[in-house]
Design a protein around this ligand. Structure first.
Ligand SMILES: Cc1ncc(COP(=O)(O)O)c(C=O)c1O
Length: 439
């Protein structure tokens, strides 16, 4: 294989069968589409290149900056592609949650702009989210930039309809699989592949996977973020199911240790989600079932993610106090207070108010007198024991009241007598018209 430039190496990724002795399904042939073997390391290489190409000549002539709202793989691919063509790249995001990716972007020469928004993925219906506002402002901005616009650009989907999908059909001998499974971020890969597979057979089943409520799996939406936005069309999917971060890591470790696939957590989520869904169908049809899932990217960037969530996998002592271990019963017992009750309590007893959001979100708007302890840092503190006196009542605050409830349950288990969670979080506080201050 000899190429004139690295973009020619994008696509044509292998389709590899997972050993049935590992996945355990008797009548299913399960394959991984190894998008992690693209040159910049992920499924997003195809979309990034396809979105960038049409505007490239003009961008080079104007020395325009390439801009994208991405904190992960799209940004990585665009940074490399921009550099290849002598252009600069700016990544705009709500919160860079994978430090290795952030450093890699800086190494590639990218400019990173973090905004105080709430969600991982762009939600244009959330008009208060600074990411949405930035997205709108880009359309009016007449400075020299090339905005690839991955959440709305049809060339994102098209990259997979012309590449990923047809490659799968070809490698399966001209027939589409019975099931196609993919994690959903912008929805470009799942909708592009699904469209092509259904042109071959309208009965192909499509399973979309998202992260469980308030759980974080890098690069994909949470179940709360699933709405009809941009390229996402619910009609694409026969089912949308949630995978927990723990399931994603378990799936990833099985791919790493048993299948020789050095794939990351989203691949693990796709694998685990596929096996869980297909288990219910196993043996119900006379013929064998063929299924394909996408192995989106590689594991190396996620060692910090694994260290924080599952230190025992890296030979470290497991965390004694982790919010991931909170049970449904503990959650149900949490004292979740609504906005009027929280305001009265603050007025009368002056609890310590801890805001678990990112520092940008906190700086933009917060409850007066609250202390900002970003959830990841707070979690590390809690691993070592209660970070404040038992005599100090505490009100925990997060974006929508889910994370704070989980931490409240954990602190209660650790022996704190009076920790409460703001029901509905800062969003409910704001919607109730309660005062918020700016840094
Ligand atoms: C690791 C990873 N997996 C899956 C996806 C989802 O892909 P898509 O945006 O095509 O839905 C992304 C998107 O950035 C990703 O970074």
């Amino acid at each position: 294989m000899r190429y004139d430039d690295i973009t020619e190496a994008i696509g044509n990724t292998p389709l590899v069968r997972i050993d049935p002795a590992v996945h355990g399904l008797r009548t299913v042939d399960l394959y991984a589409k190894l998008e992690m073997l693209n040159p910049f390391g992920s499924v997003k290489d195809r979309a990034a290149w396809n979105m960038l190409r049409p505007g490239l000549d003009a961008a080079v002539a104007e020395r325009a900056e390439v801009v994208e709202l991405s904190s992960g793989n799209t940004a990585k691919a665009l940074a490399a592609l921009a550099g290849l063509h002598g252009l600069t790249f700016r990544s705009v995001t709500n919160r860079m949650r994978v430090p290795e990716l952030r450093e890699l972007l800086l190494l590639l020469g990218a400019r990173i702009e973090e905004l105080p928004g709430r969600s991982e993925c762009l939600d244009p219906t959330d008009t208060d989210d600074p990411l949405t506002q930035f997205h709108r402002a880009l359309a009016d901005d007449d400075s020299a930039h090339l905005h690839t616009d991955q959440y709305f650009n049809p060339r994102n989907t098209e990259a997979h309809a012309t590449g990923t999908g047809p490659e799968i059909v070809k490698d399966l001998g001209g027939r589409p699989p019975d099931w196609f499974v993919a994690c959903v971020g912008t929805a470009g890969s799942s909708s592009g592949v699904a469209r092509v597979l259904r042109e071959h057979d309208p009965n192909v089943g499509v399973l979309g996977l998202v992260a469980a409520k308030s759980d974080f799996i890098p690069g994909i939406r949470t179940i709360d973020e699933v709405n009809e936005v941009g390229l996402f069309d619910p009609a694409t999917y026969d089912a949308i199911e949630a995978v927990t971060a723990d399931e994603a890591i378990d799936g990833m470790v099985e791919l790493n240790r048993r299948c020789g696939l050095l794939a990351g957590p989203t691949s693990g989520a796709a694998y685990r989600g596929a096996v869980r869904h297909l288990r219910a169908l196993d043996g119900t049809r006379p013929e064998r079932t063929t299924a394909v899932f996408i192995a989106c990217d590689r594991v190396e960037s996620y060692l910090g993610y694994v260290r924080r969530r599952r230190p025992e996998l890296l030979g470290r002592a497991p965390h004694r106090n982790s919010p991931a271990t909170v049970t449904e019963a503990e959650l149900a017992a949490v004292r979740a207070v609504d906005v009027p009750a929280a305001r009265r309590w603050i007025e009368e007893e002056r609890p310590l108010v801890i805001d678990l959001r990112g520092s940008h979100a906190y700086a933009a708007l917060h409850i007066e007198g609250s202390l900002n302890l970003v959830d990841e840092l707070f979690e590390q503190q809690v691993h070592g024991g209660l970070p404040f006196s038992r005599r100090q009542p505490v009100l925990l605050v997060c974006p929508v009241g889910e994370k704070s409830a989980r931490f409240a349950a954990l602190l209660t288990r650790m022996g704190h007598p009076d920790v409460r969670s703001l029901a509905g979080g800062v969003v409910a506080w704001r919607d109730a018209g309660a005062p918020l201050v700016r840094e």
